[in-house]
Write a protein that binds this ligand. Structure first.
Ligand SMILES: Nc1ncnc2c1ncn2[C@@H]1O[C@H](COP(=O)(O)OP(=O)(O)OP(=O)(O)O)[C@@H](O)[C@H]1O
Ligand SMILES: [Mg+2]
Length: 619
C-alpha cells in the first residue's frame, strides 16, 4: 500500500461472492476489469460500488489469474488518493505479473501435491506389514523400515551393507554361500520390476532363527527393493503337521512288523527255554543254547523299542513322581556311562505328578543318557532337570506343544558334539543312526518319541554343532500331588502246579510251545486257536479250567470279546492276558475290565510261571 493508506486485507478476507456479484461474474469469464471512476459506476454495480467506497477506492484495475484454464483469482490495483485513468501498458504489466504469479502458484501446488504424496508413501512404508529394505547399486543399505527392525532386530547401523548382512544373517558359511549365490543368480536372471521370491532361514540379532520369504524387486534406478515376510510360525506349524503324519505312518508300519516278530521270538525263546530245561549245564549244547537265548533276548529288546515307538507296547500307568524316576535313572547312568562325564541333576521343587509308566520313563531316560554319553567321547556334562510348566495358548500355538495346559518339563542336555540341522530332522525316525554299524540301531530316540507320544506329551530337540544338545519333554501333569509310588512287581522263583490251564493263541507255534512248557511244570493244558474255540472248550469243561492264558490279537472275535464271553459264562474266571501289542490300549482296557493279569510278549518263561502261580494262588 502507498504511504498513509490502510491495508484492507482483513476486511476483504472471507468476503462472500454474493457481496460482489458482478465482479465475480466478470472475473469468472476471464475479463479484465478496468474502472477509472468508482463514483461513476452505473446502477448494476451497486453492491461493488458500496464496497469500494467504504474503502475510499476511487479507481481500480484487475486482471483474472488463470491456472490450467481455470480462473483461480485476480490481481489488481486500487487507487485511493485520486481517480486515474489506466494506461494500456499498465494493464499489460498487470497481465504479465499475473501470468508470472500463476506459474509460481502452479509450481507451488505441484510441490505441495508431491510433498503430500511422499508423506503418504512414507507412512505406508514405515507401517507396512512387510520388512522393506532399499539397496543401492553399490550394495549399501540405504533405507530400512520399522518392520525390518522388528523382524530381525537389526537396523541400518548393524547391517550397513550386503556384506555385513550376509555375515550376520547366515553365520553358517555353507548356508551363506547358498544365499549369496541365489542372490547373484537372481540379479543376473531377472529384469527391472520382476519379482523373484525366495525362502531362507535367517539368524536374527538375538540369535533366534526365523524363516523368511524374500521378495526382491529391481528398480529402474539400479537399486533393489526387498520385502521380507516372516513365515516362521506358519512354516513351523506346517512342518510339524508333516512330521507328525510321517511319524504316524512309520509307526503303523513298524508296529505291524514288530508284532509279527514278537510272536516269532516268543516261540523261538520258548523252545530254547524248553531245551535248556531238559538239559543241565554240563551238556555240550548248553553254551550254544545260552548264546541263542541271549540273541533272542537282544532281538526282543529291539522289538520292544519298536513297539514303544509305534505306541503298541503295553503300558502300565500310575501316578508317578518324575523326580523319583529321574533319580533312579541317573543312578543307573552313573554306573553305566564313562566317569569323565559329569551328571548334574536339578529336580524341580513341588513337581506336579504325572500319569506314567515308570518302566517306560526309565527306558526313555536311559536312551537319552546313552546318546548324550556317545556324543561326549572326551567327557562333558549331562544335565537332567525337571520343572513345572504351564503353557498358555499363545505358546502352545507356536511351539511344539499343541494343547495348552499344565505340563511337567523334563530337560536333558549335554555338552557334546551336537548335530547339524539335517540330522535333527531325522533323529526320531526308527533306524536313523549316524553311528557305525554295530554301534547303534537308531531305535533309541524312536522309542523315546513313542513313549512321549503314548503319554500324551511332546518332545523337542535343539542342537548346535560343537555346542551340545537339549531335549525337552513335556508330559501332561495331573492336577494332584504326587502319591506314594507302589513297589514294582517282583517275581518269585518259578514254581509249577497241577491246575488246568487253557492256552488261547492263534499262532500254533506259541500255543504248542506254551502247552509243552506248562506240562513240563506239571500243569494240565488245553489249547484253543481262536476266541470262539476257547469259549466252546471252556463251556464244555464246565468250570474245570483254572486259568485262561489269552492272546488279544487274533482273527475272528479276538481276545477282547472272548474275555467278555468267558466272564459272562463265569464272572470269576481267571484270565491272564498275554500280548505284546496293545492296539489302542486294548490290553490296558482288558486288564482294567476284569482280566486277572497281564504279561507282555515276549516274556521269559519263568516270568510266566511266576504270574501263573500268583494268579492261581489269589483267593
Ligand atoms: N545327545 C545327542 N548328541 C548328538 N547326537 C545325538 C544325540 N542324541 C541322538 N543323536 C543323534 O541321533 C541319532 C539317533 O539316535 P538314536 O538314539 O535314535 O539312535 P542311536 O543312538 O544311533 O542308536 P541306538 O540308540 O538304537 O543304539 C544318533 O545316531 C545321533 O546321530
Ligand atoms: Mg541311542
Amino acid at each position: 500500500c502507498a504511504a498513509g493508506i490502510k491495508p484492507e486485507k482483513e476486511g476483504m478476507q472471507m468476503l462472500p461472492f454474493s457481496a460482489v456479484p458482478l465482479w465475480v461474474q466478470l472475473i469468472k469469464t476471464s475479463s479484465n476489469i478496468i474502472i477509472p471512476s468508482v463514483e461513476d459506476l452505473p446502477e448494476e454495480w451497486r453492491a461493488e460500488k458500496k464496497l469500494f467506497q467504504d474503502q475510499a477506492i476511487q479507481s481500480l484495475a484487475a486482471v483474472p489469474m488463470v491456472h490450467e484454464k481455470t480462473v483461480v483469482g485476480f490481481v489488481g490495483f486500487d487507487s485511493v488518493l485520486n481517480k486515474r485513468t489506466w494506461k494500456e501498458e499498465e494493464i499489460t504489466l498487470l497481465r504479465v505479473l499475473t501470468d508470472l504469479l500463476a506459474v509460481a502458484f502452479q509450481r507451488k501446488s505441484a510441490d505441495e501435491a508431491l510433498r503430500l504424496e511422499k508423506k503418504r508413501f512414507q507412512i505406508l512404508i514405515q507401517h507396512a506389514p512387510f520388512g522393506l529394505l532399499l539397496i543401492n547399486s553399490e550394495g549399501e543399505f540405504t533405507y530400512a523400515n520399522q518392520r525390518f527392525t522388528e523382524i530381525f532386530g537389526y537396523d541400518l547401523a548393524d547391517v550397513p551393507n550386503g556384506k555385513t548382512w550376509f555375515k550376520k544373517a547366515y553365520p553358517d558359511p555353507s548356508v551363506r554361500v547358498d544365499a549369496i549365490s541365489a542372490w547373484v543368480n537372481d540379479l543376473n536372471t531377472y529384469g527391472v520390476g520382476e519379482k523373484r521370491p525366495r525362502t531362507f532361514e535367517v539368524q536374527c540379532k538375538n540369535g533366534r532363527r526365523k524363516i523368511i520369504n524374500f521378495i526382491p524387486v529391481g528398480l529402474e534406478t539400479g537399486e533393489n527393493l526387498v520385502a521380507f515376510e516372516d513365515i516362521t510360525d506358519r512354516s513351523s506349524l506346517e512342518e510339524r503337521v508333516r512330521q507328525t503324519q510321517k511319524m504316524e505312518s512309520i509307526g503303523t508300519l513298524a508296529g505291524g512288523i514288530a508284532h509279527d516278530f514278537n510272536n516269532l521270538l516268543q516261540a523261538m525263546g520258548g523252545y530254547i527255554d524248553l531245551l535248556l530245561l531238559e538239559k543241565n549245564s554240563e551238556h555240550q549244547d548248553w553254551p550254544k543254547l545260552k548264546a541263542m537265548r541271549k540273541a533272542v533276548d537282544r532281538a526282543a529288546q529291539l522289538i520292544r523299542q519298536l513297539l514303544l515307538f509305534s505306541r503298541k507296547a503295553h503300558a502300565e500307568r500310575r501316578i508317578v513322581d518324575l523326580n523319583q524316576e529321574v533319580e533312579q535313572a541317573v543312578r543307573i547312568l552313573e554306573r553305566t556311562i564313562p566317569k569323565m562325564i559329569k551328571i548334574e541333576l536339578h529336580p524341580g521343587r513341588g513337581l506336579w505328578a504325572v500319569n506314567a509308566d515308570p518302566v517306560q520313563i526309565e527306558q526313555m531316560l536311559l536312551n537319552l543318557g546313552s546318546n548324550a554319553s556317545d556324543a561326549m567321547p572326551e567327557g562333558g556334562k549331562l544335565i537332567v532337570e525337571t520343572e513345572n510348566a504351564t503353557l498358555g495358548r499363545e505358546y502352545a500355538e507356536t511351539q511344539a506343544v499343541s494343547i495348552p495346559g499344565m505340563y511337567v518339563l523334563l530337560k536333558v542336555s549335554d555338552t557334546g558334539c551336537g548335530m547339524d540341522r539335517e540330522t535333527v530332522k531325522h533323529i526320531f525316525e526308527p533306524f536313523f543312526t549316524t553311528k557305525e554299524v554295530g554301534k547303534g540301531t537308531g531305535l533309541g530316540l524312536a522309542s523315546v518319541y513313542g513313549i512321549v507320544k503314548g503319554h500324551g506329551g511332546y518332545i523337542t530337540c535343539y542342537s548346535e554343532q560343537g555346542q551340545g544338545t537339549i531335549f525337552k519333554i513335556y508330559l501332561p501333569a495331573l492336577d494332584k500331588n504326587v502319591a506314594d509310588k507302589g513297589e514294582g512287581e517282583e517275581f518269585d522263583q518259578p514254581e509249577g502246579g497241577t491246575e488246568t490251564i487253557l492256552v488261547v493263541d492263534d499262532e500254533s507255534d506259541i500255543r504248542d510251545m506254551l502247552g509243552e512248557f506248562l506240562r513240563h511244570f506239571g500243569y494240565h493244558t488245553l489249547k484253543a486257536a481262536s476266541g470262539e474255540d476257547a469259549l466252546e472248550i471252556y463251556k464244555a469243561r464246565n468250570f474245570a479250567v483254572d486259568l485262561v492264558i489269552l492272546d488279544l490279537n487274533m482273527p475272528g472275535m479276538g481276545g477282547r470279546r472272548c474275555l467278555d464271553g468267558l466272564l459272562s459264562i463265569n464272572p470269576k474266571v481267571r484270565v491272564l492276558i498275554a500280548s505284546g501289542y496293545s492296539e489302542r490300549g486294548q490290553a490296558r482296557e482288558a486288564v482294567s475290565s476284569m482280566a486277572a493279569g497281564f504279561i507282555g510278549k515276549p516274556f521269559q518263561l519263568n516270568e510266566l510261571l511266576g504270574k501263573i502261580r500268583d494268579l492261581l494262588d489269589r483267593i
